[in-house]
Each structure stands twice: as C-alpha cells, then as structure tokens.
Design a protein around this ligand. Structure first.
Ligand SMILES: Cc1cc2nc3c(=O)[nH]c(=O)nc-3n(C[C@H](O)[C@H](O)[C@H](O)COP(=O)(O)O)c2cc1C
Length: 325
C-alpha cells in the first residue's frame, strides 16, 4: 500500500509502532521495521543520551530498514538533557523522530538541520495545526481511546480524525484504538494515511516485556482501562489493577486537592516492575481500550501481514462488493 506516510518514511506498510516506555527497545523497533512498518525506540527509557546511542546502534545491527526514536516532552520530575538526546539521534543516523507531550518547537531547527522527518503525536486538532505550522512533516492523531495520555478534550477518533482531515495539509496517521485491518481501513476512510499502534504491539512475540504483561492485555476487555490523574490535568489511560484501585481511592478521597506526591507510590518507578519483572499489580501502566480487540500474541511480521491482508480483503472485496451490489 502506498500513502503519503509510506512515502515520507520509506516504509512498505503505513503502520507505525508508537514510542512506549520500557517497551520500545531495539528488539521491538527492529521487528516492526523488518516487518515493513516503522519501529520506534523510546528515547527516554534510555536513562542517558549515551545509552540511547547504544540502543540505536543495537537496533542498526538488527535491521537495515528505517526506524525512528520517540522523544517525549512530558512533565517529568527531572528534565532530561533533550539537546544531548537529539545529538545521539542525529549521530545515530536516525531519519524519523516521533515527538509527543509538548510542542517540539524548540528542537525543530536541530532536527530539521539533520534531515530528520518529525511526526508529532497530539490529541487535538489545534495542537496538530500548531505542529504543521512549526514544520512537522506529519502528525499522529491520538484519540480519546488511546493508551497513555489522551489529553483533556476527550474527543474519540470517530470525530477527531475527520476533523483533522478537514484542517490539516500535512499527512497524519490515526492513533488510539487501532488493532487490525478493520482499524486501518476505517482510519484511511476517515482521512488518515496510516495508523499508529501502541497496546497492540506490546502483545507481540518480539516485545521485550514480561509474559505477564502480554497475557494481561490478552485477558483484558475494552472495559478494563481507567483514566487517572484527571484532576492534575495529566490524564493517563491505564489498565485496571490493584495498584490503580488504590490510586483511585486516594484520588476520590483528595478530590481537587490531589497532589502528585499523594500518588507517587502508584505512578513513579512502576514500569520496570511491570514490564521487566512482571508484577502486574505494582501500579499504573498505560494501556488502551483496544485491549478488548487483542486476543493473541503473534510475531510482528504475522501481525502486520495479517493487518495488510485483512485491509486488502475489506477494500477489494467487502467494500467494492457493496458498491457493485
Ligand atoms: C505501555 C505504554 C507506554 C507508552 N509510553 C509512551 C511514551 O513514553 N511516549 C509516548 O509518546 N507515548 C507513549 N505511549 C503511547 C503510544 O505511543 C501510543 O500513542 C498509544 O498507545 C496509542 O494508543 P493504543 O494503545 O490504543 O494503540 C505509551 C503507550 C503504552 C500502552
């Protein structure tokens, strides 16, 4: 399939693997890229720019296909040295960067000078338009159903994607709730040029996370995510578990007086405990409602081939058949 996104990133299929903390290591990024999508290493999971440089080098050893790096500008407790992370990205020969969290405006000159294509992930049309204005090459439009941070506007993709199509000139991919060929065809119909998946790629053979995490996603239904940190205006969609139940009890008790310190035990340092050690009740970790559509743990190549075959069948047979019909 050829779209403006496959052309922009030099990939075979219009499928991107979004950056994911403690999931987006070289193993997953390389597997997605080898399968014809765009794999992405999560920059800040690497604790220093030197470690990111090593992770990029490791990924180059596993694939000769293009892959990208995610740079997340979130309210973290200690601000990472972003210019040094960007230097590692540039020196690593990376040609695609997914930015997220806040506007990448301050870093656009450095990224553009290195010939890097920037895809900014955002949850509203106004932020997508800002990304277009500051020179981003594409955006990843992340609907309310997404795993991770859906923003505060609560607009699901059925509305958000066609709204983005009405306003944007640069190409965009649909993000949030994407799982299969049906998602891809729907995203294309709504104006996107491809799709970005997070949660679906965790439940793959190559995702270097504990088997308990993959099983939790397979077991979860579309009813099993919760929104936390709403009153802090840092909303996150996470899978429900005992740690999240505790967190929500604290949120209910504190109401609008909630401070981040009140829930530190449930949100700080959780990812290695969950993703590496498999302690599923340790606390809050991002997961999309799309878990309800995830029933197996295929390899990335099996997953992507299946998506493309299903999309082909849907377009050429089901939809075309309806037209003929
Ligand atoms: C476990 C997990 C960790 C994530 N970490 C990040 C991150 O560090 N930076 C980021 O930009 N997005 C992050 N995301 C969001 C994904 O890149 C992607 O936008 C989102 O998962 C799309 O929604 P979906 O899960 O419904 O596919 C994370 C998502 C998950 C599920």
């Amino acid at each position: 399939m050829k779209t403006r996104i496959t052309e922009l990133f030099g990939i075979r299929h219009p499928i991107i693997q979004g950056g994911m903390h403690y999931v987006g290591f070289a193993e997953l990024a390389a597997a997605v890229s080898n399968a014809g999508g765009l794999g992405i290493i999560t920059g800040l999971t690497q604790k220093t720019p030197e470690l990111l440089a090593r992770e990029i080098a490791r990924c180059h050893e596993m694939t000769d296909k293009p892959f990208g790096v995610n740079l997340t500008f979130l309210p973290t407790f200690a601000s990472p040295p972003y210019p040094e992370y960007i230097a590692a990205i540039v020196e690593g020969g990376i040609k695609a960067v997914e930015t997220a969290g806040r506007s990448p405006e301050a870093y656009m000159p450095a990224l553009k000078a290195a010939g890097i294509k920037v895809i900014h992930k955002c949850t509203s049309v106004r932020h997508a338009l800002k990304a277009e204005r500051i020179g981003c090459d594409a955006v990843s439009v992340d609907g309310f159903e997404c795993g991770g941070h859906p923003g505060e506007d609560d607009v699901p993709n059925m509305i958000l994607l066609p709204r983005a199509a009405e306003e944007l000139k640069i190409p965009f991919v649909a993000s949030g709730g994407m799982a299969d060929g049906r998602s891809l065809v729907a995203a294309l119909a709504l104006g996107a040029e491809g799709m970005n998946m997070g949660t679906r790629f965790i439940a793959t053979k190559e995702a270097p996370v504990h088997a308990n995490v993959k099983q939790a996603i397979v077991n979860a239904s579309e009813l099993d995510t919760r929104l936390i940190m709403r009153s802090l205006r840092n909303t996150e969609r996470v899978i429900n578990n005992a740690g999240v139940e505790r967190l929500m009890e604290i949120e209910r008790a504190k109401g609008d007086a909630l401070k981040i310190d009140d829930i530190m035990d449930q949100v700080a340092g959780i990812y290695p405990k969950v993703m590496t050690e498999g302690h599923m009740d340790a606390g809050a970790w991002s997961c999309g409602m799309v878990a309800g559509l995830i029933h197996d743990v295929p390899s990335c190549a099996e997953l992507i081939d299946r998506i493309m075959a299903q999309a082909d069948e849907l377009i050429a047979k089901r939809l075309a058949g309806m037209l003929r019909g």
